[in-house]
Design a protein around this ligand. Sequence first.
Ligand SMILES: [Zn+2]
Length: 325
Amino acid sequence: MFFYNPSAQKNLSDFGIAIPMLSTRYQKVLEYVQANFNPSLLQIGPADLLSEDKLRLAHSQNFIERLRLEPTSELLTTYELLNSDGSYHRYDPRSAKYPLAKITEAIYADIATTVASVLAVDQTGFTFHIGGGHHHAMTNQGRGFCLLNDIVIAGRVAQRELGVKNIWIIDLDAHKGDGTAEITQADESITTLSIHMKEGWPLDQGDGSEAWFTPSSLDIPVAENENQLYLSKLAQGLDQLEKNYPLADLCIVVAGSDPYEKDALPSTSLLKLTKNQMLERDLMVFHFLVELGVPQCYVMAGGYGDYAHEPYINFLSHIKHTIIK
Ligand SMILES: [Zn+2]
C-alpha cells in the first residue's frame, strides 16, 4: 500500500529557502507507482491534520506550544536559516512566494500521512509513504530540516491504536537518526538502528555531549573511505538486531536516498554508494524483514537534487512482484 498527500508537497524555494530539497522526487516516485501498481494500492491523503495529543507522543508540551505561538522562530531554527550574528543564512524572504510559517501546513499533512501509512500496515504487511522521515526532530525542538518526528509519532500511535508492542526503526539515511534516538532513548519497546556517515553533520558539531550524540540502540558509523564495507556492516547490524533485541511487531524503515553518490547536498558527500549498492541496501533490509515476518513501513527521509528519486524507484521495481502477491 502506498500513501501520498498532495497537501504535504512543498518546494523550499517557494518559501525563500535555498536548500536543494525538491518535491520532484516525490512526484517521480508517485508517477512510477501510478504507472506500475494497481490504483487500489495508492491512498491519497489524509485530509485531517494531527491532533496535539498525537504530537505529544514524541514532543514536549513546551515545544508544541512554541510551535503554535511562534512557528516562524521554530522554523528558522529547524531549517538552520540564521547565522550566529542573527543575519539570514540561505534564506531570502524577498524571494518567497509564501510566508515561512505556511510551511507548517505541509509538514503537518506529511506527519499525518506517515501515521496513516503505519496504521495501515496490519492490513497489508508493507506500506510506503511517498514522503515522511523527519528523523532529526527532537523532543524539544526541530532540527536538520525536520520539524516534528513523524517516525516516533507514528510508531507510538501504532502502539496505542493497533496494540503492537515492539517496534524497530531501521534508519538508512546518510545522517544519523539522532532525533529518533533522543526521543526513544528510555523506551525499551522501540529499538533503533542507524547506519550513517561517521563524520560530518551532525556528529562534527560540539564536544560529544550534545543531544545529537544520544546513542541509538545500534549505531553503525561508516567512515569516508568505507563505502565498500557499507553492505557488510549493515548485514552485521541486522544480525545483531535479530539476535539481541525482541522481535518487532512492526518496523519503520527510514529509507533516505542521500547516501547515493549522485546526491546533491554537500553534507552527504562523505558517503557515496553506487546505484547498485543502494539497491542492495534496500533489498537486504526488505528481505530480512520478510523472512522474519515483520510488517514494514517505509518513509523516504533525505534525498537531494535531481537524482534523489532513482534509488526508491529502483527498489520498488525489484520488489514489485513480492509486495503485490
Ligand atoms: Zn539525511
